[in-house]
Design a protein around this ligand. Structure first.
Ligand SMILES: Nc1nc2c(c(=O)[nH]1)N[C@H]1C(S)=C(S)[C@@H](COP(=O)(O)O)O[C@H]1N2
Ligand SMILES: [Mo]
Length: 321
């Protein structure tokens, strides 16, 4: 159950980006450390199980290994003790290990079922669960105290757990598998579609001329954030007079995100960052700025904006490319 809740809060923390995310992140930390708090008892059970030499022990050991890797990389990221492992960030290792553990955990549930018993709801069990909960929070508080006292980098993270990056040189990063497309800005136009029909088009110089300065935080789920000054046109000004329920921002690569139509006054089409035109890696010629939303909403290499009657939630919760 701890693992299931840790996975759920981890996913939720990626989805949000606003203030109350802090509490989701705290819960996520406590749930993760709760697994460590329970480890001494679980180890006894696991040893006994291994001695019986049933089939599938290897699968259980892989599950344990992945959970340990997720815990270790989570602690490494949160404290700042180890933030990169070769080409990967500790956060990427954390997410990969956590996602990788899911099939093994499901297998474990099916092959090693623990039937619910009446005593699961006894006073004693509830007191014990409370003790584990208190122990987990104490472990989290203790870890935060150690980070502060020893001056580890982890004390300077944002409420999402991300580390500050230089706004003039923050990383170029893709959600999963996108490559940087080459777009000829002189032929490029931002197409606006209404219910599938082309309605308007904005060339780059018009967007540039209408752009205003916006200071916003790009917070990548990879574990870094940048407070930069962008130049962009507010989306409601490009969509004036258009009706619908959802706005879909589409990249030249096919990557896309759908937003609620009411957010149009909180989204920008940006053409510059820190005074300079966007570089190809950062989304040239134009990208979405979505302050308050995590990085995967900030669609790069924008080619079209579609307004239609599809609600914003009609999409996978996270991009799939
Ligand atoms: N088309 C497209 N846009 C994208 C992505 C992507 O993979 N494809 N990745 C997103 C993610 S996860 C982040 S954090 C930001 C990164 O922006 P940057 O490369 O300018 O730092 O772009 C977002 N926009
Ligand atoms: Mo990201």
């Amino acid at each position: 159950m701890l693992l299931a809740w840790a996975l759920a809060t981890g996913g939720l923390a990626f989805a949000i980006g606003a203030g109350w995310e802090q509490w989701v992140v705290v819960a996520h930390g406590a749930l993760g450390l709760g697994l460590l708090v329970l480890a001494p008892w679980k180890t006894i059970i696991a040893r006994r199980g291994l001695r019986r030499q049933r089939s599938g022990s290897t699968t259980s050991v892989v599950l344990a290994g992945l959970v340990l890797l997720a815990l270790a990389s989570g602690v490494a990221h949160a404290t700042g003790l180890l933030r990169t492992v070769g080409p990967l960030t500790a956060m990427q290792v954390h997410v990969a290990a956590a996602l990788g553990s899911i099939p093994f955990a499901l297998w474990h549930l099916v092959e090693r079922p623990v039937r619910p018993r009446r005593t699961d709801l006894s006073r004693r069990t509830i007191l014990r669960a409370g003790a584990v909960g208190a122990g987990s929070l104490a472990a989290l508080g203790g870890l935060a105290g150690v980070v502060r006292l020893t001056g580890l980098p982890g004390r300077r993270t944002r409420f999402t757990g991300s580390y500050r990056a230089d706004p003039a040189a923050f990383p170029v990063t893709q959600w999963l598998s996108d490559g940087v497309p080459e777009i000829d800005a002189s032929n490029w136009r931002l197409s606006i579609l209404r219910r599938g029909e082309p309605a308007r088009g904005y060339p780059l110089d018009e967007l540039d001329a209408r752009a205003e300065a916006v200071t916003a935080t790009l917070d990548c789920t990879g574990g870094w954030f940048a407070d930069a000054t962008w130049h962009g046109v507010r989306l409601d000004r490009l969509l004036e007079g258009m009706e619908g329920r959802g706005i879909r921002a589409v990249s030249a690569t096919g990557y896309s995100r759908r937003f609620p139509v009411d957010d149009a006054d909180r989204l920008w089409v940006a053409t510059r960052v820190e005074g300079r035109p966007l570089s190809p890696g950062h989304g040239a010629p134009a990208r979405i700025l979505a302050p308050g939303r995590r990085g995967f909403w900030w669609v790069k290499w924008l080619v079209s904006i579609e307004v239609d009657d599809t609600p914003w939630w009609w999409q996978p919760p996270f991009p799939v490319q």
